[in-house]
Design a protein around this ligand. Structure first.
Ligand code: ADE
Length: 249
């Protein structure tokens, strides 16, 4: 899979994507990253890429032409693949795990990072860009949202994480939040790890984990879809585990 990123701050993308799990995945060619400086497609020799907003208002807008030429060049460079253009914007559809899974199946995803007050609407129309938001707050530019999206998608690509099996158990994997987890020592500051986790009884541990996922999701995110997908058997098993825990004090 190829990510093209159109940005005014290429180093911000390259630096952040060059370390940790993304950095290793890039070094192992699990995906490709092609960062493009929008200024290379400026409309004049002074590197002009932005202008004032028609109708008045403070701030500047990225012009349609440099963005369009940059996007066109990237689509042509990988012309054998369909090009999926995403514009990161607080106005977009909110990124969730379902969207991440769907993007992980695409061959070329182009992430367009806006700055200033945004971009000329005609660029979005001409490229049929899909607008994506990472949450209901406003950032100074699209670079951090692009990195967030890329990180979430890249970790779903084959070979990026050590084990694909882990996904179902983690937060949002099955539409539920992750259960609490513990590591050594078994008692820390007089707080003991739940005894079932030390029992070595695989079926009991799995039942405990699922029950605590359900409990955590009900308490924190009752809106999540995973709760609606649980069977009567799942509810019964969770109730069993949780009521025993309460009885035990
Ligand atoms: N650009 C600025 N704020 C943003 C947000 N919340 N999501 C995506 N892109 C943005």
């Amino acid at each position: 899979m190829i990510f093209s990123v159109l940005t005014l701050f290429p180093d911000m993308i390259r630096n952040a994507a060059g370390v940790s799990i993304l950095g290793r995945a890039l070094a192992e060619s699990r995906f490709e990253l092609d960062v493009v400086n929008i200024r290379d497609f400026a409309v004049n020799d002074y590197g002009k890429v932005d202008d004032q907003i028609y109708g008045g208002g403070t701030g500047m807008l990225l012009m349609a032409e440099p963005l369009y030429q940059a996007a066109k060049a990237q689509c042509a460079k990988y012309s054998e693949m369909p090009c999926h253009v995403i514009y990161l914007s607080p106005r977009g559809r909110k990124l969730d795990q379902q969207m991440v899974e769907s993007l992980a199946g695409k061959s070329h995803v182009m992430l367009v990072c806006g700055h200033y007050e945004g971009v000329d609407e005609r660029f979005l129309e001409a490229t049929q860009a899909v607008e994506v938001s990472i949450g209901d707050y406003v950032l100074t530019g699209g670079e951090l949202p692009a990195l967030v999206l890329m990180d979430a998608v890249a970790r779903r690509l084959p070979g990026v994480l050590p084990s694909a099996d882990a996904f179902e158990d983690e937060s949002h994997g099955a539409g539920l939040l992750a259960e609490p987890q513990y590591t050594r020592p078994a008692v820390w500051q007089e707080r003991a790890v739940p005894p079932v986790l030390l029992s070595g009884h695989a079926a009991k541990i799995a039942a405990w984990r699922k029950a605590r996922q359900i409990e955590t999701t009900i308490r924190r995110r009752p809106d999540l879809d995973g709760l609606r997908r649980l069977s009567e058997e799942d509810w019964r098993a969770a109730f069993d585990v949780l009521s025993k825990e309460t009885d035990d004090g």
